[in-house]
Ligand binder design. Structure first.
Ligand SMILES: *[C@@H]1O[C@H](CO)[C@@H](O)[C@H](O)[C@H]1NC(C)=O
Ligand SMILES: *[C@@H]1O[C@H](CO)[C@@H](O)[C@H](O)[C@H]1NC(C)=O
Ligand SMILES: *[C@@H]1O[C@H](CO)[C@@H](O)[C@H](O)[C@H]1NC(C)=O
Ligand SMILES: *[C@@H]1O[C@H](CO)[C@@H](O)[C@H](O)[C@H]1NC(C)=O
Length: 486
């Protein structure tokens, strides 16, 4: 009796403790590096560890990043950028790539590489077919090279594709009508068959935000997970576009006889600036819907269960192309400097807590560059703003963005400051033909943040003069100490 009473209460407590400490299953993050000032890779890896994030997707195989990941046990998807896919059509080059960027790290304490991504959304319609003929040969060569190197059982090549590689019929827009896009259906079938033969997953990026972006007819709530108007398809209720989109892919796979293919969601997320729908409140709502579903292994109606998902993205990237829209530079769950933007609970329980920030980040001094109200010749103002914004990130000034409410002087100051910060607060970068001045008073207003950049002089850009002086002094001391020894 005593024993069974003990067991009867402790097991549920034990289980709930387990659940409480649990981390969303299969969760990874995309770590992009299109930033003017990057956090040191070791700082980022420590941040991943501090938050219990065990999977990361990279957009290249940069050796500094890889060395920082070595010994961490974090599972890594490395990538071959689109512009290197053609080179990988040579098997010799593919073997060389695998040797330099994969097997080189296969040692005890090395990097836990799980996947090699072939390009990034190479079949996107906006690329006009540029990569259509070269991606599949590259995929075959890399997987074959992995197999030949003896690591093919644990490391799989995959093609991260945009959700535009499949669709449902125009006159029957339901998930069950999903098929691969007409112009590439033969190619996608070949790729899926190759992936299946090698036990590799299909990787798809799904963006509910983009369904909403630029489409004012899209039902707003359907972009989130907490109750949009359901669409009924063969008796299944779809309440959000993520499920509907994912199941459109499942149907496309079933239609070619591969309904059991493993699917990875390579990118999913919500930006926080640069569009009227890109803000903290919407991002929080989106993730607060996504996380509990991942924790509970809900899956989708056609594929319930575990789902491997990589959030896009880890950090804001201020030099990312804004061709798709101003929001592109604001996808981070962290700001550019490794500060979390909003509460996010990776155990999937929506507790109101923040992710752990990057530690020991070094910033430039607390100085800003602003419009000088005493300036009297304003004729060159527009040219100077234009110059500043061409060479730095002014996307926060746009319609619906965090700094859209500034007055004309505020706009000018924002542009001058963001340029000055990109230029590492170089005094010469705060002149603008006499229109600007430096200040130690923070000009931020409400949600509009006038940032201070990271001090990356120790790791990346850095004034070369300083490094040369340090090097010269060091060499001098070294010579001095040597001459004394004998
Ligand atoms: C390895 O990856 C890096 C970074 O993506 C790339 O620049 C380099 O060309 C690759 N090495 C080979 C041998 O292809
Ligand atoms: C694709 O074609 C369009 C129209 O011809 C062109 O404007 C665009 O620059 C092309 N894009 C690429 C990536 O080649
Ligand atoms: C791809 O190959 C097909 C068939 O050989 C050819 O018609 C097409 O022009 C090629 N596309 C590109 C972008 O090279
Ligand atoms: C500030 O700049 C933004 C973006 O260029 C513009 O939409 C807005 O009208 C400007 N505001 C003023 C007061 O000039």
């Amino acid at each position: 009796m005593g024993n069974s009473y003990f067991l009867g209460t402790s097991i549920p407590i034990f289980l709930s403790l387990l659940f409480l400490c649990d981390f969303v299953n299969g969760l990874g993050v995309n770590w992009g590096t299109m930033a003017s000032h990057r956090l040191p890779p070791k700082t980022v890896v420590q941040m991943l560890k501090d938050n219990g994030i065990k999977k990361v997707k990279l957009f290249d195989a940069d050796s500094t990043t890889m060395n920082a990941l070595a010994g961490s046990d974090i599972e890594v998807m490395v990538s071959i950028p689109n512009d290197q896919l053609l080179a990988m059509n040579s098997y010799k080059r593919a073997k060389e790539w695998v040797r330099r960027n994969v097997t080189r790290y296969s040692f005890n304490g090395g990097v836990n590489i799980k996947y090699v991504a072939m390009g990034n959304e190479p079949f996107l319609t906006t690329y006009n077919g540029s990569f259509i003929n070269i991606t599949f040969p590259a995929l075959q060569n890399i997987q074959n090279a992995l197999n030949e190197a003896g690591v093919g059982d644990s490391i799989k090549a995959t093609v991260p594709s945009n959700a535009d590689v499949y669709n449902s019929q125009k006159n029957n827009p339901v998930p069950s009508a999903g098929r691969f896009r007409h112009d590439i259906s033969g190619l996608m079938t070949q790729i899926v068959e190759f992936l299946a033969r090698n036990g590799a997953p299909l990787t798809i990026n799904i963006y509910p935000f983009l369904s909403l972006y630029g489409n004012d007819d899209f039902p707003f709530n359907y972009a989130f997970f907490d109750g949009g108007n359901p669409i009924v398809d063969n008796g299944i209720q779809y309440t959000n576009v993520f499920d509907a989109n994912f199941d459109t892919l499942v149907s496309a796979l079933r239609a070619i006889g591969h309904g059991d293919m493993t699917i990875i969601v390579g990118e999913v997320g919500w930006p926080t600036d640069g569009d009227k729908n890109a803000n903290i409140a919407n991002a929080k709502r989106f993730y607060n819907g996504l996380m509990p579903r991942l924790a509970a292994n809900t899956g989708t109606p056609l594929l319930p269960g575990y789902l491997e998902v990589y959030l896009f993205g880890l950090l804001d990237e201020d030099v990312k192309s804004i061709a798709p829209g101003n929001f592109e530079r604001h996808w981070g769950i962290y700001r550019y400097d490794g500060q979390p933007k909003f509460p996010m609970d990776l155990s999937g329980q929506n507790q109101n807590r923040y992710l752990i920030a990057a530690q020991n980040v070094e910033y430039l001094p607390q100085k800003w560059c602003v419009f000088n109200p005493k300036a009297n010749d304003l004729s060159k103002l527009a040219d100077n703003i234009n110059y500043a914004c061409t060479l730095s990130d002014c996307t926060a000034l746009g319609y619906g963005s965090s700094c859209n409410n500034l007055d004309a002087n505020g706009n000018t100051s924002y542009a001058f400051n963001i340029y000055y910060q990109v230029q590492n607060q170089n005094g010469m970068a705060c002149n603008f033909q006499g229109l600007a001045m430096e200040t130690t008073q923070n000009p931020s207003q409400g949600a509009c943040s006038f940032i201070i950049q990271i001090d990356s002089s120790t790791s990346f850009v850095g004034p070369p003069v300083t490094r040369m002086i340090i090097f010269a002094v060091f060499t001098f001391l070294l010579l001095l100490s040597r001459t004394r020894i004998p």
